[in-house]
Design a protein. Structure first.
Length: 173
């Protein structure tokens, strides 16, 4: 039994959800790992981001987002409206969380109140989930003929550098 870890670094955009198709990077990691049969976990630890599995649709808009991701956005916009001001349309973040955020010294999380107006991103990420697990058989990802793995950052407040983890476990013989 072998275990293999690899991180994918992703730069996201400001002002709209940032979608990234990861299937090719995952397949490359499987090849690099030499794992023949096992499991592939693709996950994010970022609480405003999701990793999900869906069909690649080929057609894209002017931003390069495939039409299915645009359709997902349209649905989520109706279901989970974007937060543009404090305490509307969501109670979060409350005063205690704002006070906590204002004390942070991590450059990835600026001590700016507006940077915490991302409750919509947390809820959207909760709906889609933070990981995908697929099988590996004979050294190949079991994603079917049209399945793709996607990462999305729903936090529209600023550009970010994000990390997606690939964890492979299985037999290498």
């Amino acid at each position: 039994m072998s275990t293999f870890f690899k991180d994918i670094k992703i730069h996201t955009v400001q002002g709209r959800p940032s979608y990234h198709r990861l299937t090719d990077q995952v397949m490359s990691a499987i090849k690099e790992s030499n794992i023949k049969n096992g499991l592939c976990l693709v996950q994010t630890a970022h609480t405003t981001c999701s990793v999900y599995f869906d069909e690649y649709m080929h057609d894209t808009n002017y931003y390069g987002d495939d039409y299915l991701t645009v359709d997902i956005d349209h649905l989520l916009d109706r279901l989970v409206p974007r937060q543009t001001t404090e305490n509307f349309p969501y109670l979060s973040p409350g005063p205690k969380h704002i006070a906590y955020g204002m004390k942070k010294t991590d450059p990835n999380y600026p001590a700016e109140k507006w940077s915490m107006l991302n409750t919509d991103a947390h809820i959207r990420a909760d709906l889609l989930g933070s990981n995908v697990t697929l099988g590996i058989k004979d050294g190949r990802l079991m994603n079917g003929s049209v399945g793709s793995i996607y990462f999305v950052d729903f936090d529209q407040t600023r550009e970010r550098n994000r990390i997606v983890n690939i964890i492979l476990v299985g037999d290498d013989k």
